[in-house]
Design a protein. Sequence first.
Length: 695
Amino acid sequence: MSASATLTDNPLLIGKGLPPFDAIQPEHVVPAMTQLLEELDRSLSDLETQVIPTWSGLVEPLDGIIDRLGWSWGIVGHLMGVKNSPQLREAHQTLQPAVVQFYTRLGQSKPLYDGFTALKASEEWETLDEGQQRIVEAAIRDAELAGVGLEGEAKDRFNAIQLELADLSTQFSNHVLDATKAFSLTLTQPEEVDGLPPSLLSLAAQAARMAGEENATPESGPWRITLDFPSYGPFMQHSTRSDLREKLYKAFLSRASEGDLNNAPLIDRILELRQEQAHLLGFENFAELSLASKMASSVAAVEELMEELRQVSYDAAKQELAELQAFATAKGYTHELKHWDISYWAQRQREAKFDFTDEELRPYFPLPQVLEGLFGLAKRLFGVTVTAADGEAPVWQEEVRYFQIADETGSPIAYFYLDPYSRPAEKRGGAWMDECINRVKLTDVGTVRLPVAYLVCNQTPPVDGKPSLMTFREVETLFHEFGHGLQHMLTRVDYLGASGIRNVEWDAVELPSQFMENWCYDRSTLFGMAKHYETGETLPEHYYQKLLGARTYMSGSAILRQLHFSWVDLELHARYQPGGAETVRDTRDRIAKTTTILPPIPEDNFLCAFGHIFAGGYAAGYYSYKWAEVLSADAFAAFEEAGLDNEAAISETGRRFRDTVLAKGGSQHPMEVFKAFRGREPNTEALLRHSGLAA
C-alpha cells in the first residue's frame, strides 16, 4: 500500500473484529494512530464536558474509548513482540509518546474522577452488582495512582516522568534484544560440540545456515550457538567444555551491560524516577505504590512469606550444592564448581539419579499430541471443547494456528491464536499470553462479544522434517500460558473493566497458569499425551516415576533463586536510595549473602537484562510468582484431596474452579474468589509438599 492511499483503507483503523494481520504493514502505524488519537481526544473531551455520573453515562462510553485504542495499539504491541523489525520499531517509537500522553490524560481526568466519585455516592450505587462496584472503585484508585490529585508543577513533573519511564522501558527491552542477538559463538571443531544433543546440533547448524554458512550440517558444522534460550539453555546443560560454558555464561550474564547497549545508567534513572513518582503521590517508596493495587497488603507481608520460604529453601539449597560437588568429584572433576558448571553437572546428576535426559523425552512430546492432551484435560476439568479453526483468522506468520473453544452445548465461547516456535530474528524470547479481544456485553446490540487470546511460546521449531519435539519444560510452559488463556477466555464477566484477567490483582494473576502446570505430572494427563512420534509407543512407566523424582530435584535451589530475584526487586524499590552510598550492585551483593549459596561473580550484570522489573510490569512485584504459586499449589491440592482417579470428583472440583477462579475475572477480590473455591484462605503447605521440602 502506498503512503498516499486514503486512511479509510488503513487496516489499523477498522477498530473491531479480528486483526487483519495479512494486510497490516509497519507504514500503517503512524497515519492510523495519529488519526485515531485525534478522534479519541475529541471523544474524551466531549465525555468530560458533560459527565453523567451513571454506569451507562460514564463507564460504558469510557470503555468504548479505551477499547477502541486498545484494539489498534494492542495490535502494534503484539507485532512488536512477534514480528519485530526496524520499520515497526521506528513507527512504535514515533507514536508511543502520544499514546502514553493519551493514557495519562485519561488517567488524570478530573471530570471523570469526579464522575466516578459521584457515581459511588449516588443512589444508583446500591443497584450495581459487586463486579460493577469493583470496577468503579478501581477507577477511583487508579486515577489517584495516576496523579489525578496533582496540580500545577507537580502534575507536569509526574507526566514528564511517565513519558520518560515509558521510553526508558522500551530502550531497556531493545538493548536486551539487540545484545542477545549481537553475540554468537561459531564452533567448527567436533571437540567443541562434544556432549551436545542432536536437537541442539540441528538448531545450531540451522542458525549457521541463516547466518550465511549455507553448507552447515548437524553432523559436520559449523555450529552457531546464540544467547537465545533454546540454544543457550541446552548448551549450558550438555557441553562438556567448561571453558566454552564459561564464555557463554559470562556473555549471557553481561548482556546489555556495556557499550551502546549498556542498561546500567538506565536502571539508575528508572529507579530514581520511580521513587520521585511515588513521593509525588504521597508514598514512602515505589514498593508501597506498587502494592497499593496488589493482593499482598504490604511490603512486610511479602517479606514475611518470602522469609518463611527462604528459611526452608536456603538449607535445602546448601545441601543440594554440597551433594552436586560430591557427585562431580566422584566423576573425576577435580575443581570446585563454578556458576557455569552448575547447569552441566546438575544435568549429569539428574540423569544419574533419574536416569534420563531431557532429550530422550523429546520424541514423546510432539506438539500436535501435547495439544491433544492439553485440550483433553480442558474438557475433563472444565467441560469445554477445543477445536482447530485454522484459516478462519488471518495470521502474522504461516505457522501460527487458530482455535475455537466451545461450551457443553457446543456453542463457541472463545478463540485463541497459538504462535509456538522460536524466531530469534524477530520475536522476543520467553512465553506469554495476551488479550486480543476481551469479552463484553455490547449494550447497543444486546449480544456478548467473545474473547480472543494470543498464546505465544518460544519452543524448538520443527527441524529437518520432524514435528516440533518438545522438552518437558516446554510442555509445562505451554500448559502455563494456556492457564492464563483460560482465565481470559472462560470469564463470565460482561463488563470490560473486569472480564478475563482485567482488574485481577497482579500477584494473583499467575494462579491459573501455575495451577495448570501441575497437571503435567498427573498420571492420566501425561500418559494421554506422551506417545512416541514415530512408533506411537506410550511413555514407559519408569520415565514417569523419574519425572516425579526430578520434579523436586534441586527445588530448594530453584525456590531460593526466585526469592533472590524477588528480594533484590523489592529492596531496590523499597529501601534503595539512588545516588546514595550503596550502588545497585552493592544492594544485590548484600542480598545475595542470604539468598544465594554461590555469590554472583564480578562479571554478573544480570540486572541489566532483568526486563521483568525494568521493562515489564513486575517492578516491586517479582514476588508475585511465589505468592501466586502458594495459591496455585493449594488450589491443585483440592483436586488431590478429591482424588485424582475419581473422575466424578475431579469433574465437580474442575467445574467449581471454572465457576470461581476462571469465571469471575476481576469482579471480586482474589482472596474472596480463592475462598469461594477452596473454602478457606491459602497456606504454604501444598507448595512445600510439591517441592519436596515439607517437614
